[in-house]
Design a protein around this ligand. Structure first.
Ligand SMILES: [Zn+2]
Length: 152
């Protein structure tokens, strides 16, 4: 299935479809990292477009995390969700199909200070029982699933 999806998208080489890698990061106390994106105004996973130098989708997720938050986390290799949606991103003037592959990751040890980059309006750790509003679609279920995946 992945090979088919990637072949369809030609690993980001097409201009009519974009491949996105995102990550839900959980820290030692169970809090989850969420970003509020300037463009969309909703709280959700950190992520961005896969680039040709990324060795894998999970590597792309780890790179995006470090670029957007200065955090380094251990990304679980199995994706937890795949989502297709059409929207206009910063590289296009028209809405484009995006295949967004979501991963779970864990930060071990003390949680470092967060440093959000300019694409994000906010970046914070949240108790999974006290999540912010508005959330991206399905975020609450995906956070529960990410935590369960990391405990396996
Ligand atoms: Zn895009």
């Amino acid at each position: 299935m992945w090979a088919t999806a990637l072949a369809f998208l030609n690993a980001g080489d097409r201009d009519d479809a974009h491949l996105v890698a995102s990550v839900l990061v959980v820290e030692a106390d169970g809090r989850v990292l969420l970003a509020r994106h300037r463009r969309y105004g909703q709280w959700g996973p950190v992520g961005g477009h896969v680039e040709s130098g990324d060795a894998s989708l999970s590597d792309a997720a780890a790179r995006e995390l470090t670029e957007e938050s200065a955090l380094v986390a251990r990304v679980h290799p199995a994706p937890i969700d795949v989502h297709l949606s059409t929207y206009r991103c910063r590289t296009t003037t028209e809405p484009v199909l995006h295949l967004d592959v979501l991963f779970a990751a864990i930060v071990a040890g003390p949680t470092p200070d967060l440093v959000a980059n300019e694409e994000l309006a906010d970046l914070e750790w949240f108790d999974p029982n006290v999540l912010p509003f508005p959330l991206t679609p399905d975020a609450a279920e995906l956070i529960t699933f990410a935590a369960a995946t990391l405990q396996r």
